[in-house]
Design a protein around this ligand. Sequence first.
Ligand SMILES: [Zn+2]
Length: 418
Amino acid sequence: MAETKRQTVRDLRRANRAALLRHLYFHGPLSRHELGQATGLSSGTVSNVTAGLLADGLLREAGSVDSDGGRPRTLLRVVPDCGLLIGIDVGETRVRVELFDITLAELARADYPLTDQGHDVGSVVRHIAAGVAAVLAAAAAGPEPLLGVGVGVPGIVESGVPGAGGAVVHGQTVGWDAVPLEALLRAAVELPPRVPFFVSNGARTFGQAEMWFGAGRGARDAVIALIGSGVGACIVTGGEPYGGADSAAGEWGHTTLRVGGRRCRCGALGCLEAYVGANALLERWVEAGGAAGAGGQGQEAALAALLAAAEADQPREVRLLEETAEYLGAGIADLVNLFNPERIVLGGWAGLLLGPHLLPAVRRAAGAYALRHPAARASIELGRLGTDAVTVGAATLPLADFLARGGRPDAEILARGS
Ligand SMILES: [Zn+2]
């Protein structure tokens, strides 16, 4: 009984710490009075909890504001460098490792180009190990303040597989067959065992970033669509990412656009990705007699060349992009009819590169293919965080964990009993 009661009191204290820290993180600086009003906690509780957070170095005082006739009220804010976060994007053209402070301001980054679109797991793991060491060295930081490492990967991420030592990745389009990525990273990356890894689908981490800090802010029901070499989506319903039975939901790129159509990298025929992913779009350009790949240029340069030709009114390229906008609009119409989102955000390097040109035609096509009522509600916008959104989103994974714990590991709370 007594143990249960202690447990409950401890849970309550942690929940209060987490509520105040989270509110200050997203809405600070705020006074204790404002914090109490916003969270519904009593002034005594706010005062106790903030004293603990100040003593732990997670908050600092940030000036004061006048109150109505009373004493000026001191403002509190979260200390930006009270911890460090690493976000990693395992993309198809490069591995990017970024070090952030707690406000997600970038402190250092390291990029490693991939020539095989990320098929070789061993080289991806080596790049990550080198990148983590490089960004910590560049910021002259040791691993002590590191709160965790978030990794966005192509494919479906499964957790809780017995004997796998953490997250397992099923990346069908890059040939990753049940890769025990977390265990591989744990073995290769030189970090203390207490630093947690969080592995998630790249479209999901990208979606989380746009929802927290970008074009999705304020929306409860949204789809964040990632268009790069491949195509993915993060579906948010009621403010939470939708995972499905196996956290595999959101594989929008592998929904069927044309039965018996083009061969997709996943092996099936006629997937949306096989028409609007950058890889596929460049292949379609070559098939139409275009110049993609000439001179061995990278995908981004090739896609920019295609866009420039369309903007110069070259009929073949104009037609190709019109067709692509219609495919993309039809794919978005499926999302509108299935999920009734209030907002659809297009991002990813290819989505952002082509977006300003394609958007009017994509909106027209989505409106024409979707049911009128849900289509009238859904806005289609471009992402605001640029191509760094996947690393920012990956860093939000350890950040969310930090905020949910009230800012410190459970072991410390247990040891102090406070
Ligand atoms: Zn496919």
